[in-house]
Design a protein around this ligand. Structure first.
Ligand SMILES: [Zn+2]
Length: 450
């Protein structure tokens, strides 16, 4: 299986001013080219589907910008990509609109959030465009004192090229060594950095998908960020609960944000929103890393798919709706990151349909009582009176759904359920008891049943 990953390497801080101004000029012109394409497309009310739809305007853009054919194609690539992203977003929005009930606050809110066509004229940010074999190359070099890695790019003058020195960390070097193929790279403007630019290199990696020896069901949540049940031929092998302080930290930031909103401090507000996004992503990345590390080789991991959550069910005030929606996008992002991490180690990550996974008892398939004894964490089966941890139950249900959804053979049911009969959710109990004390640890260690 092949996976794609972007490696972000800073441009060397000792790059000469002359070269930097070259980069400034080149990236500005490429940005202008993208702007011109978008302007033309938007004027004509067109969303390009194929390259030919963009290419129609290439002569015009070429004349205006003085860029060579290679660079123009590079801009075309970017424009095509931007509109495809837009289409995707718009499809998602339409899907949500269909589900939303007319006349509700949610419907009105959603309506005002229709994704708009790409319009780079609106922002003064530089738009990175993908360099490929026509316009540049990532190269290793032995001739320079400062670095072993450069990008070799065409300039605006014919047949003239320059080397831009990069400053890779050991980790970058390792990744590039391992990469099977370097696809494209983008020179991205980072005005806040000393070197002002970073090179985002998109690489392909080959990972081996081993034979599946175990399956794991994963349930994402707010109180516990991630609960996972690992099941092998002998039944439940591990019940993991991973918790980090993401929701507490975000709540804190949200409080500050609403405070600033009341005070109408819009400048600070903007900064804080960006910060919130960064903090959230950082926690998600760590969570994905930590989780995928805990999975043994040859595991197929099924994630409850948050897409299945019914958006139109939300009522109440607008802020709450927004927050919940964010939460679901965040779940989706966590899953993406986990799948990527799992792939890197040769495991498989897949999304499973999540209907009813938290409402039904995994053993008998009957409804559960929730909350039970004033706790959303515990549930009780309405039929067999079993009492158990809510996320433990959901995770097993997700694993079972995943198996039936993705594998051609069904579970060896007799054996499987027999082995599951003695299963306990002891960890959940101890975790929740210790929760009465202040939160000390970031994570619960994986617990093995012997
Ligand atoms: Zn039951």
């Amino acid at each position: 299986m092949k996976v794609q990953k972007t490696i972000k390497v800073p441009v060397h801080h000792r790059t000469t001013d002359k070269k930097l101004s070259y980069l400034d000029n080149l990236t500005a012109r490429l940005t202008y080219a993208v702007q011109l394409f978008c302007r033309r497309l938007n004027e004509n009310d067109r969303v390009p589907e194929y390259r030919s739809d963009v290419r129609e305007f290439s002569d015009h853009v070429k004349k205006e910008t003085g860029l060579s054919a290679g660079f123009i194609q590079q801009a075309e690539d970017k424009v095509l990509w931007m509109y495809r992203q837009y289409e995707k977003e718009h499809d998602k929005w339409e899907w949500l609109m269909e589900k939303a009930r007319d006349g509700t606050r949610w419907h009105r809110k959603l309506k005002s959030r229709e994704p708009s066509v790409p319009n780079p004229d609106k922002s003064n940010k530089k738009i990175p465009t993908p360099f490929d074999y026509r316009t540049g190359k990532v190269q290793r070099t032995e001739d320079l004192d400062l670095t072993r890695l450069v990008v070799h790019i065409s300039t605006l003058k014919k047949r003239e090229t320059i080397d831009v020195l990069l400053n890779p960390s050991d980790w970058h070097k390792e990744q590039l060594e391992e990469a099977e193929e370097i696809k494209t790279f983008e020179i991205v403007h980072h005005p806040e950095r000393e070197c002002e630019y970073m090179v985002h290199i998109s690489c392909k990696f080959e990972t081996e998908t081993a034979r599946t020896r175990a399956v794991c069901g994963v349930d994402l949540g707010i109180n516990r960020d991630l609960s996972a049940v690992l099941i092998d031929d002998y039944g439940v092998k591990q019940f993991n609960i991973i918790r980090n302080e993401k929701s507490e930290r975000l709540e804190e930031l949200d409080d500050r944000i609403s405070h600033l909103r009341r005070e109408e401090k819009y400048e600070v507000l903007k900064k804080l929103r960006n910060k919130r996004e960064k903090v959230a992503e950082d926690y998600d990345r760590k969570l994905a890393k930590q989780f995928s590390k805990s999975m043994p080789d040859g595991t197929a991991v099924f994630f409850g798919n948050p897409k299945e959550i019914r958006y139109h069910k939300y009522r109440g005030n607008g802020d709450k709706v927004g927050r919940k929606l964010l939460q679901h996008w965040s779940f989706s992002r966590i899953i993406d990151k986990c799948i990527l991490k799992l792939n890197e180690t040769g495991n498989v990550g897949l999304r499973a349909k999540e209907w009813n996974t938290s409402r039904l008892h995994y053993k008998c398939g009957k409804q559960v009582e929730r909350p039970y004894e004033d706790s959303f964490q515990r549930i009780k089966c309405s039929t067999c009176d079993d009492e158990l941890d809510a996320e433990f139950n959901a995770s097993i249900n997700i694993a079972v759904k995943g198996i039936s959804q993705y594998s051609d053979k069904s579970i060896e049911s007799d054996n499987f359920w027999q082995n599951m009969a003695g299963v306990t959710d002891e960890l959940a109990r101890t975790m929740d008891d210790s929760e009465l004390e202040p939160r000390m640890s970031m994570e619960a260690p994986g617990l093995s049943r012997e």
